[in-house]
Ligand binder design. Structure first.
Ligand code: CTP
Length: 405
């Protein structure tokens, strides 16, 4: 399963550290190249020698140890691996990760790596349920880090409750699931639009909207993780493009239209998550508009509907649209799906708490032209994005069999 995959196992100081020997052993048996980094406290629970023997690689503990190779090890390792699993992840390590603290070998690698990170929390139930730990986990989840477990049961401190580390089998299974999705879109080209366009009135003012860009950026990340060569056409946002994704910055709907239409013919998948202004000011003046005490009227002219244009032009592409609605969600979304000729429409009611523009989470339904509908509960935008990517993969498979058959 893991042939050719390089996995870093990070061990922190909890009693569950002994179970990680089995994680390492299972990964090795399935042909992963395994590296191990331990915190100092983890070495109190399990000997580095055990992990060195099971992984067949040197074990990293201290940033200032004599280097095992010539290069700067924490950076080289951060760049080398395909995934990182921190197990057990103590409350302390989760807190460090949440704020980006890098004060030992493992936390430094976690900050430097762009590989997907999994954590398997393990701690006493009161520590797990503490609002600080829950806030830290929520932050990590929003950042796309996958949380495995914890389970409920007997704890080392003698109590029963939630906080036991998940079993080795479940941890390895999460990695299997992840890597089986990695190749889903290999060799495919994808384009995603994100953010809210800005339509200038004068050199200092514009008409905009409240889109944060988070949904589109999460989709670009999920497409990239699934192996697609991904272009992100982004209206202004405060976000950093996901690693490995080519980002093209635009400002207005017309600029987005030009970029998207010129790239469209070579694409396999296009996801239009951007909030595109339907109108722009009829005139954009060169100098700042001065106040004179009178009321003003701004004349607006329509922008092209980029998605509808792609719907007219599409040949073999899988085209995904969004519908941001404030009322009659499903009826409006259904109408948009058909009018814009998309293969899948993501509908969300932007007025719901936990959904919409500035929220780290979303509550969506996927609508398909054949009448199918999938309703999702509230989940992080990255989870929505990963669900969307698996639907895209199925649509591509269906398309291929239609073409062949
Ligand atoms: N869209 C687009 N170009 C536009 C307007 C919208 O490509 N000029 C795309 C969006 O990226 C989204 C979908 O169309 O994928 C629906 O956007 P939305 O704002 O929900 O709908 P509109 O078509 O603008 O309709 P309305 O404003 O009437 O709800």
């Amino acid at each position: 399963m893991f042939s050719g995959k390089k996995i870093l196992v990070g061990i922190t100081g909890g009693i569950a550290a002994y179970k990680v020997a089995e994680v390492v052993s299972r990964l090795r048996k399935q042909h992963a190249e395994v590296h191990v980094a331990m915190t100092k406290s983890a070495t109190e629970f399990i000997a580095p020698l055990t992990l060195r023997s099971l992984s067949a690689n040197p074990v990293y503990v201290d940033l200032f140890d004599e280097p095992k190779l010539w290069n700067i090890e924490h950076i080289a390792l951060a760049e080398h691996v395909d995934a990182v699993i921190v197990a057990p992840a103590t409350a302390n390590m989760l807190a460090k990760m949440a704020i980006g603290l890098a004060d030992d070998f493992l936390s430094t690698v976690l900050l430097a790596t762009r590989a997907p990170i999994f954590v398997a929390p393990a701690m006493n139930q009161a520590m797990y349920q503490h609002p600080a730990t829950q806030d830290n986990l929520a932050r990590l989840r929003d950042r796309g880090i996958q949380i495995i477990g914890p389970a409920t049961g007997f704890q080392a401190c003698g109590t029963e409750g939630i906080g036991r580390m998940s079993e080795a089998e479940e941890i390895v299974e999460s990695l299997v699931q992840f890597f089986s999705g990695v190749e889903l879109l290999k060799g495919k080209k994808a384009l995603v639009t994100a953010g809210g366009t800005q339509e200038p009135l004068d050199p200092v003012r514009y008409l905009g909207n409240r889109s944060s860009g988070r949904m589109g950026y999460a989709i670009a990340q999920a497409l990239q993780e699934a192996g697609a060569e991904t272009i992100l056409v982004s209206a202004p946002t405060d976000l950093l493009p996901p690693p490995g994704v080519t980002c093209i910055s635009v400002r207005t709907a017309l600029e987005m239209y030009d970029v998207v239409l010129s790239r469209f013919p070579e694409m396999d998948v296009v996801v239009k998550a951007a909030a595109v202004a339907d109108y722009r000011p009829a005139v954009q003046v060169d100098q700042k508009i001065k106040k004179d005490g009178s009321s003003r009227t701004i004349e607006l002219v329509p922008n092209p509907d980029i998605l509808a244009e792609l719907g007219r032009k599409k040949t073999s592409q899988i085209l995904i649209g969004f519908a941001a609605e404030t009322e009659n969600l499903l009826a409006n979304a259904q109408e948009k799906m058909l009018r814009k000729n998309v293969n899948l429409l993501v509908a969300n009611d932007v007025t719901k708490p936990g959904a919409g523009f500035n929220s780290p989470t979303n509550i969506v339904s996927f609508l398909f032209p054949d009448g199918r509908r999938i309703d999702f509960p509230q989940m992080s935008k990255l989870e929505v994005a990963r669900n969307l990517v698996s639907e895209i993969a199925s649509l591509l498979v269906c398309k291929r069999s239609e073409t062949n058959g």
